[in-house]
Design a protein around this ligand. Structure first.
Ligand SMILES: [Zn+2]
Ligand SMILES: [Zn+2]
Length: 201
């Protein structure tokens, strides 16, 4: 897995520290790409749905997913279905072929017992935990056999009609700040941003 280790290292660099959930995200992302037989989304050819929620441990999963699949919140080709689960659905937009992949419960006792997670539970920030203890957990998750840790579903059709993005920005007629065209509101003769309009959204 030399090439894949390179992807892992770059993902962890982007993420900011080494942790089990981001590694799990990389593995799940790679498994999803592999099952669909597609490459990382340089544009928005792929769309992802990640099942982490808000304010819970393990959300780092989504950074591993984003780096590996190219489905990113910046490109807008990923969304959260907040279930608090380590599940991910990858869709090839041209064909609507999709697969759901999950990180299984298998390693959870070992993850919970690790020096890294003991320190996390004691309130120590992940990037302040000694590197050797970060790497111990990375290797545990990275090296575990795929058949026990990653569950890859069957390919199915995802029913979605994809809308094209609206290109272009214009300055708001009131405050002058650049605003995406789809977010300008018409007030009288003027095209203004949402805060300058009386609209909620
Ligand atoms: Zn993390
Ligand atoms: Zn404005």
């Amino acid at each position: 897995m030399t090439g894949e280790r390179e992807i892992l290292n770059k993902a962890l660099e982007f993420h900011g520290h080494r942790c089990w959930a981001s590694v799990a995200g990389v593995r799940v992302g790679l498994a999803a790409l592999n099952k669909l037989g597609v490459k990382r989304s340089g544009g928005t050819q792929l769309y992802g749905i990640v099942e982490i929620g808000e304010d819970h441990g393990g959300m780092c999963f989504a950074d591993g997913i984003q780096y590996t699949t190219g489905c990113t919140f910046g490109k807008g080709n990923i969304r959260k279905n907040p279930l608090g689960k380590l599940g991910f659905t990858l869709i090839e937009k041209a064909t609507n072929r999709a697969v759901r992949v999950v990180f299984t419960a298998k390693l959870q006792p070992q993850i919970a017992a690790s020096a890294f997670m003991q320190k996390r539970s004691a309130g120590i920030s992940a990037d302040e935990i000694p590197e050797a203890e970060q790497l111990e957990l990375v290797d545990l998750v990275w090296n575990a056999p795929a058949e026990e840790t990653i569950k890859v579903g069957e390919i199915f059709q995802y029913d979605e009609r994809w809308v094209p993005e609206v290109m272009g920005f214009k300055p708001c007629d009131n405050c002058g700040e650049l605003t995406a065209l789809a977010y300008l509101r018409v007030v009288g003769q003027r095209h203004v941003c949402i805060p300058c309009s009386d609209y909620d959204r």
